[in-house]
Design a protein around this ligand. Structure first.
Ligand SMILES: *[C@@H]1O[C@H](CO)[C@@H](O)[C@H](O)[C@H]1NC(C)=O
Ligand SMILES: *[C@@H]1O[C@H](CO)[C@@H](O)[C@H](O)[C@H]1NC(C)=O
Ligand SMILES: *[C@@H]1O[C@H](CO)[C@@H](O)[C@H](O)[C@H]1NC(C)=O
Ligand SMILES: *[C@@H]1O[C@H](CO)[C@@H](O)[C@H](O)[C@H]1NC(C)=O
Length: 297
């Protein structure tokens, strides 16, 4: 994305483009500011899909809408697309923690801007995990298709370090930086830019190659750590408080570190942070699968 040549338009087209652009951006931006971008979500869900038990795999296929053709990964950005229709859901994509503390506590931090308890990404993961336990019951008050799509998306979001970020900069959304030569915000760098630059440089601009590379590391380099990622305290199907605590630690140690307004983030930042991004995508995928496997027995 960073080296696109500037397209040239005849003047009149350029004019109408110029007037349409702010409007266009207004529609595009909100979808881009929360959550791993499309490729990040695709990656966590694709990794998860490869690790589902037969029972979980069947339940997921049963719950997915027909047009998904059995592919969960293709639907993992659904929760971003319904943020306007379901305005209540937008607070469920992240957690705001106190500035500079670098810690997370459920009772202190998991609430929305009006202070309503439990309305944050950790609360949402618990909520939709509990709802999905109704699968197979004769009746349920919940839409389990939506529960599956929300859970799969939020499990990705909670692993994006800046989704458990500081309150006053809104998880890096108000920290203006340059990604190489382009104007951006720190949050967007972590949602999209690091992943996109890696795809262009190392993976032929093909997300499947990134997925395969992470999967290889899950089965080899990181194999001895994976059982610990999957583990929650006894009886818990999922443990988002652990994921969130890791998130704010990673945000402080890597995402925020050395960055302020107007920082230029280039080669050094990219190469030193990419391993953290890969690692968090892997953990998100492994944990989504572990959670779905427990839910669906
Ligand atoms: C739980 O799920 C229901 C149904 O989607 C939703 O109305 C509610 O806001 C959710 N609450 C949280 C904390 O996720
Ligand atoms: C459940 O949610 C999906 C996705 O929003 C929707 O297409 C479907 O109609 C809903 N099912 C019911 C029974 O409301
Ligand atoms: C960065 O600058 C923007 C725009 O001037 C401002 O709104 C924001 O509060 C600043 N952020 C920090 C972390 O200083
Ligand atoms: C996989 O692990 C190797 C060795 O630690 C590392 O060099 C490589 O960047 C990793 N790739 C991904 C996609 O995580």
């Amino acid at each position: 994305m960073i080296n696109h040549p500037t397209p040239t338009f005849p003047n009149s087209q350029m004019e109408s483009l110029r007037s349409a652009l702010p409007l266009l951006l207004l529609f595009l931006l909100p979808a881009a500011v929360h959550g791993w971008g499309v490729d990040g979500h695709y990656t966590t869900c694709k990794i998860a899909q490869g690790r589902l038990s037969p029972a979980a795999s069947n339940a997921v296929k049963d719950l997915l809408p027909k047009y998904a053709e059995g592919d969960l990964a293709s639907q993992c950005s659904w929760a971003d697309h319904v943020k306007f229709r379901y305005h209540w859901s937008s607070a469920l994509h992240y957690i705001d923690t106190p500035d500079n503390l670098c810690t997370y506590q459920y009772t202190r931090d998991c609430k929305d801007e009006d202070g309503v308890a439990g309305r944050c990404v950790a609360g949402a993961i618990n909520n939709y995990t509990t709802q999905l336990l109704d699968y197979g019951k004769q009746t349920t008050q919940y839409n389990l298709t939506e529960a599956l799509l929300f859970l799969s998306h939020f499990m990705g979001d909670i692993h994006q370090p800046l989704h458990v970020g500081f309150t006053s900069d809104r998880g890096g959304n108000s920290i203006n930086v340059h990604w190489f030569t382009r104007k951006s915000e720190l949050h967007h760098v972590w949602d999209d830019s690091i992943i996109e630059t890696a795809e262009e440089r190392f993976y032929d601009s093909n997300v499947e190659n990134l997925v395969n590379a992470i999967q290889t590391n899950i089965t080899k380099e990181w194999a001895d750590q994976v059982p610990a990622w999957e583990k929650c305290a006894r009886n818990q199907n999922t443990c988002p408080n652990i994921y969130a605590s890791e998130g704010i630690k990673a945000a402080c140690s890597w995402a925020y570190k050395g960055v302020g307004n107007d920082s230029v983030l280039g080669e050094d930042y990219f190469l030193s942070r990419l391993p953290i991004v890969n690692w968090r995508l892997a953990q998100g995928g492994v944990r989504l699968a572990a959670t779905l496997n427990k839910i669906f027995g």
